[in-house]
Design a protein around this ligand. Sequence first.
Ligand SMILES: Nc1nc2c(c(=O)[nH]1)N[C@H]1C(S)=C(S)[C@@H](COP(=O)(O)O)O[C@H]1N2
Ligand SMILES: [Mo]
Length: 197
Amino acid sequence: MLGKFFKKPESEQSDRVPPGQYLTKGFPVLTYGNTPQIDTDNWQFRVWGLATEKTFSLADFMALPQHDFTADFHCVTRWSKLDVQWTGVKVTDFMKLVEVDPKAVHVMEHCYGDYTTNIPLEDFLREENFFAHTLFGEPLPAEHGGPMRLIVPHLYAWKSAKWINGLEFLRQEESGFWERNGYHRRGEPWAEERYSY
Ligand SMILES: Nc1nc2c(c(=O)[nH]1)N[C@H]1C(S)=C(S)[C@@H](COP(=O)(O)O)O[C@H]1N2
Ligand SMILES: [Mo]
């Protein structure tokens, strides 16, 4: 694995690289299945379940405060990329537009292409999470989740849904795609919560 594509963390970065991870030089694309074809003009984002149902356009997201974010990215297949630069909207800002039933404890992230992943509401609402439409100053490429994806820096990257188009608020935990297929329910990299077997 080491060599052309991966390198051991530099010592000053090693405290930022979770156990069992290697730094990657590029930014690999990791998608189960094909990159979905998305018509940006008709792009829609829907909120439902234990929340007042509502639909948002990309313009609605662009009207919210825009921020630059620098975040580390950890894939459960053992590659990490530090200091990825994104632009987008804080989850906490977006959530000011959403009325969530107090009984909701979990969230299912839904995507174009039918990928899903689940996340506890508490993990979803963390201040550092964001929706990204720009990567290193360029429009987010389709293969990395454009026009918009979620980034949850404190969990393995399978929780950072590409082509995200909906949030379903749940009264109990349900499993998303990888969680049904052997990945850990929560996926905290520092605890190596990789797989559920
Ligand atoms: N919709 C969707 N989102 C997804 C995935 C996917 O297959 N489909 N893969 C996940 C996994 S396992 C990882 S590591 C990251 C990879 O993001 P990247 O392709 O931009 O590197 O996206 C996550 N989000
Ligand atoms: Mo991954």
